[in-house]
Design a protein around this ligand. Structure first.
Ligand code: SF4
Length: 66
């Protein structure tokens, strides 16, 4: 499993950062999402899917098998 984020879609709502601050961050300049760990290691896969689902910009993708 791998995580991908699309900074062109991100609207900087912070939802992902609030829920999983050790996986997601926002850059200081634009407030757009940054991945701290694209493996999602140590996190429940369902929780990662929930974060992706909750993103208002559909900017987070959980890629199976990667
Ligand atoms: S939840 Fe989505 S829109 Fe909000 S900061 Fe994270 S990636 Fe960006």
């Amino acid at each position: 499993m791998r995580l991908r984020v699309d900074r062109d879609r991100c609207i900087g709502s912070s939802n992902c950062v609030v829920v999983m601050p050790d996986v997601f961050d926002q850059d200081e300049a634009e407030g757009l999402v940054q991945l701290l760990d694209d493996s999602g290691a140590g996190h429940d896969e369902d929780a990662l899917h929930d974060v992706a689902y909750a993103c208002p910009a559909q900017a987070i993708e959980v890629v199976e098998g990667g």
